[in-house]
Design a protein around this ligand. Structure first.
Ligand code: GLU
Length: 425
């Protein structure tokens, strides 16, 4: 097995999301020669808020959820990052995701720090009214640390434009109408054109940059999507517009395969009607764990963290992985993919399209002005291409993978800002 050929000690098979971020940070900080005391400042979150979210649900009982907002680093600007509603949410996960936002915003060069929030609730088990109650209750507990010049939430797994509308409305009760306090809002409530598709669109911009490096021609490319949700389904639809063919997809309901190609538009419409992937006519249902092993050119993990791990990475049979999710690949899996010659565009650059268009939304809100979708998409493309070229140039000159180069670039920029502010000498 190729993975055994390397002489480096293998990392522990399964790291938590937080240990995974720690792993990549430590490698980059070491390569950059950052002193231990300075590294400690950079890796430690600035503020961690943990709150009780008691909500009376339709069953008449009070359910106590836990809510979090972690502000990791604000040297480059206000804290920025999504809010996740998922049963797996805990402080460790939110901390990891907050730190990823710090490096992500620095890598793409937008003027923000990094944050993340979440509630350990399963939104699929709540009625719209209950979901609204949870959203407003959470906002009330954390609003003191938020604001357009302090910390700006956005959607993440399990939240969407509707949830952002409730958060904006609740924030407005305390501070007056403040659309720039949250991004990813509905178009009708000062959201930005292009925000909903932005993360998926960014993934496809990154694919287009990486394709020539692995001898792929977009119109002749086959791909598989793990996690056909917001990010995955937009990435799939936009890949299809380039002429690429989706051969497999999965979500929480299961996985499907069809060598001749699954119409991404049709699948998105089918899912929007509430049907499961396997109910799409003409596709073959496959066990979800087989999705990673489907032969294709490009794999787009767009689900949760740790999905590509030491137990399954060896099954991957593609040339290119573009990480739409945050932390989808554990360090052990990353090593296996590297040994197999799979080129990986890492999360901290590949999925940055969402926060880039969040930045555009915030800018538009602050100016009380709206750009059209073409302007948003063109600007997004310019930022994503620049980030790819900068990270790729660095990886080329230092002989590292894109992930190491991206972390180095992000950490270097945050360090520079911290020094300029006088936080670090
Ligand atoms: N949740 C998204 C991310 O992980 C978007 C964050 C934002 O737009 O602030 O990048």
């Amino acid at each position: 097995m190729a993975a055994m050929a390397s002489s480096e000690p293998a990392p522990r098979a399964e790291l938590t999301d937080y240990e995974t971020v720690r792993h990549w940070f430590a490698i980059a900080a070491d390569r950059l020669g950052i002193r231990d005391d300075v590294a400690a400042v950079l890796r430690t979150p600035y503020r961690e808020v943990r709150v009780q979210v008691p909500v009376k649900l339709a069953d008449g009982r009070i359910h106590v959820f836990s809510g979090y907002r972690v502000q990791h680093n604000g040297a480059r600007g206000p804290y920025k990052g999504g809010i996740r509603f998922h049963p797996s949410v805990d402080l460790d996960e939110v901390r990891a995701l907050a730190e990823l936002m710090t490096w992500k915003t620095a890598i793409v060069g937008i003027p923000y720090g990094g944050a993340k929030g979440g509630v350990d609730v399963d939104p699929s088990r709540l009625s719209p009214r209950e979901l609204q109650t949870v959203s407003r209750s959470f906002l009330n507990k954390v609003e003191k640390v938020l604001g357009p010049t302090r910390d700006i939430p956005a959607p993440d797994v399990g939240t969407n434009a509707q949830v952002m509308a409730w958060l904006m409305d609740e924030y407005g009760k305390h501070h007056g109408h403040t659309p720039a306090c949250v991004t990813g809002k509905p178009i009708a409530l000062e959201g930005s054109y292009g925000r909903e598709a932005a993360t998926g669109r960014g993934v496809v911009f990154m694919f287009r940059e990486a394709a020539p490096l692995v001898d792929l021609i977009p119109a002749e490319t086959s791909f598989a999507v793990q996690g056909f949700g917001n990010v995955g389904s937009w990435a799939a639809r936009l890949m299809q517009q380039l002429g690429a063919r989706m051969v497999a997809a999965s979500d929480a309901s299961g996985a499907i395969h069809h060598e001749a190609g699954i119409d991404a538009e049709r699948l998105a419409a089918h899912v929007a009607e509430g049907a499961t992937l396997a109910e799409l006519p003409g596709v073959e249902p496959i066990p979800p764990e087989d999705l990673l092993g489907v032969e294709c050119d490009v794999l787009i993990p767009a689900a949760l963290g740790g999905m590509i791990n030491a137990d399954n990475a060896d099954r991957v049979r593609c040339k290119l992985v573009v990480e739409g999710a945050n932390s989808p690949t554990t360090p052990a899996a990353d090593r296996i993919l590297g040994d197999k010659g799979v080129f990986v565009v890492p999360d901290v650059m590949a999925n940055a399209g969402g926060v880039v268009v969040s930045y555009f939304e915030w800018v538009q809100n602050l100016q009380h002005f709206r750009w059209d979708e073409r302007e948003v998409n063109d600007r997004l493309g310019r930022i994503m291409r620049k980030a790819f070229r900068e990270v790729h140039a660095r990886s080329h000159s230092t002989g590292t993978a894109l992930r190491e180069a991206a972390f180095e670039l992000g950490i270097e920029r945050v360090l520079e800002a911290a020094i300029l502010r006088g936080y670090i000498e």
